[in-house]
Design a protein around this ligand. Structure first.
Ligand code: G3P
Length: 217
């Protein structure tokens, strides 16, 4: 399973990259705005910097919602760096844009996926990734993990190459359950990734080993 970090914060991207387990980065307009990035030049520069820090696929989301505008914007984003993946919203014009980029050999990530039917359409249009939003479904009392399971079954039935990129991750349990189901990728805030490290018996055991090590030296 690939680990992407879901942020536009450069320090967090550096920290995840330094850990040595990072496979890519996802961003969205909300995450970019949170970092105070505004204006076309600043946006393109920020994505360039992310590509210089992190290896792997870097999702850069279009801000427009019509086919013509999305393909113009996506072409500009894709020109920044070979690792850029154009992130397209799950709307009718988005499906057309996914097909356009697929025909051009430009990688895409279809975002705001909340149903298996949406994931199927995006895969049909040639998306490289679909991003089902787990946490936001859980927020409205719908089990987000069921959606990952449904998409896994559908993609396996037809051997779609589209990867399931589980997004809107809120906890280490989301990551573990995604791994059990077979999501291809999780994209997560840094704290949920780092929380996978924690276990009180590890801390207790290490404290004992450190204490005993002192007796030997
Ligand atoms: O990048 C898309 C997704 O991961 C957003 O997550 O926490 O805003 O629902 P969240």
């Amino acid at each position: 399973m690939k680990f992407f970090i879901d942020t536009a914060n450069l320090d967090q991207i550096r920290e995840a990259q330094d850990l040595g387990i990072l496979d890519g980065v996802t961003t969205n307009p909300s995450l970019m705005a949170k970092e105070g990035i505004s204006g076309k030049e600043a946006i393109l520069n920020h994505y360039k910097t992310i590509c210089e820090i992190a290896d792997g696929d870097i999702s850069a989301e279009v801000l427009s919602t019509t086919y013509e505008e999305m393909i113009k914007e996506g072409d500009e984003l894709a020109a920044i760096h070979p690792n850029i993946v154009v992130k397209i919203p799950m709307i009718k014009d988005g499906i057309k844009a996914l097909k356009y980029f697929s025909n051009k050999g430009i990688k895409t990530n279809c975002t705001l996926i909340f149903s298996a039917g949406q994931a199927l359409l995006a895969a049909k249009a040639g998306a490289n990734y679909v991003s089902p939003f787990l946490g936001r479904l859980d927020d409205i009392s719908v089990d987000g993990m069921n959606l990952i399971e449904e998409i896994r079954i559908i993609f396996d039935n037809y051997m779609f190459e589209t990867e399931i990129l589980a997004a809107s991750i809120r906890s280490p349990m989301h990551i573990i359950n995604c791994a059990k189901i077979g999501a291809d990728v999780i994209t997560s805030p840094l704290d949920s990734i780092l929380n996978l490290l924690n276990h009180p018996l590890t801390d207790k055991g290490l404290a004992q080993f450190v204490a005993d090590a002192k007796k030997m030296s």
